[in-house]
Design a protein. Structure first.
Length: 134
């Protein structure tokens, strides 16, 4: 797997996890609104779905399991990349690739932390990627 394929796959998994977390948040907000707290003399509407809260809880449990599965896939992907990066002999290239592909830091942060110019940083990145391929 190339670094670009890894990056895209990791990004896809992170977005999937975040989307499901947001979905759980929305479901919990809706479920809290369904609990009937608050007294009102207004007539209650008859819901076409009498088990809304139970359905929301079931959906939340399903989403949490999907998040766990996706997180395991993500963790395995990152661990495999980390193992590959650890094999690189050039310490600076290895450090740069760890910051970029394991910590997912933006280029500007990497440049500041390592004290490299943009061109030097990209050159070191190319060196690291070449070492990853071999």
């Amino acid at each position: 797997m190339t670094a670009k394929e890894y990056w895209n796959k990791a990004e896809q998994l992170r977005k999937r996890i975040n989307r499901k977390i947001h979905e759980i948040y929305v479901l919990r907000q809706r479920a809290e609104g369904m609990n009937g707290i608050g007294m009102s003399d207004m007539p209650k509407t008859v819901s076409p779905e009498p088990n809304k809260i139970e359905n929301a809880v079931c959906k939340i449990i399903t989403l949490e399991e999907e998040i766990r599965e996706t997180q395991e896939e993500y963790d395995t992907l990152v661990m495999n990349m980390q193992n590959c990066i650890q094999q690189i002999e050039d310490e600076d290239a290895r450090d740069l690739l760890m910051k970029r592909y394991i910590e997912f830091k933006p280029w500007q942060d990497i440049m500041c932390e390592m004290g490299y110019s943009e061109s030097s940083c990209y050159r070191l990145h190319r060196t690291g990627l070449s070492a990853l391929k071999s």
